[in-house]
Design a protein around this ligand. Sequence first.
Ligand SMILES: C[S@@+](CC[C@H](N)C(=O)[O-])C[C@H]1O[C@@H](n2cnc3c(N)ncnc32)[C@H](O)[C@@H]1O
Length: 214
Amino acid sequence: MSRQISEAPPPDRKPSRAGRNSCDFVDVDKVFRRMKLQPDAVFLDLGCGLGGYSFIAARQLWPQGRVLAMDKWAQGINSINNQLEQQVERNIAAFCVDIAKQIPLPNNSVDVCLMAFVAHHLVAAKTIDKVLNHLNSVLRPGAKVHFIEFKKTPPPPGPPLSIRLSASQLRQWLPEQHFTLVETTDIEPHIYMQTFTYNKESTTNDLPQMIYNK
Ligand SMILES: C[S@@+](CC[C@H](N)C(=O)[O-])C[C@H]1O[C@@H](n2cnc3c(N)ncnc32)[C@H](O)[C@@H]1O
């Protein structure tokens, strides 16, 4: 149950900082406790990398809920698909896609979106507004959007201070008419999670089942 989107770069072009799984240094129990996933949720992991959060979400949501994992790094998506073959819970669909160009899902189909250590890349690449625009279409009214980022404070670990996003900088990228800030929480002393509710009215009623050919 995977899709390869033609606009993704070939496997040998590894995007900057791809290949790391932040679940190795983040208190994921705390992250998932804060997210409070509903059992039938559709969970979108944008910039999923190796899918660490996708697999945890998939286990929590099995058998009712589903996970959609997207990254432009083909090797990360291939690795997710290889792991999927070995497990019972197959409620993940992995897509190799540049999310600045498209988020190939039906309108109003996503309940929860996670972007873990992705937003600062999108800001640096000047593509965050495009990604948020695509996200607008696929989120259900009332959906939750969670960002995890390094604080913009020394010392290391983390990316260079110049490209980190503080919680207040991140908030400024989220249009207030669509995204209401719920909370900003410390996940680690140097890492925060910021959560928004998507509050746009539903306008269309597309068919989410078209993406789930189980
Ligand atoms: C620092 S890694 C984080 C991976 C994963 N979320 C985690 O926390 O373990 C950032 C990821 O964002 C992905 N990414 C950055 N820009 C992207 C884009 N425009 N489209 C899809 N994926 C993107 C990269 O390929 C990389 O895998």
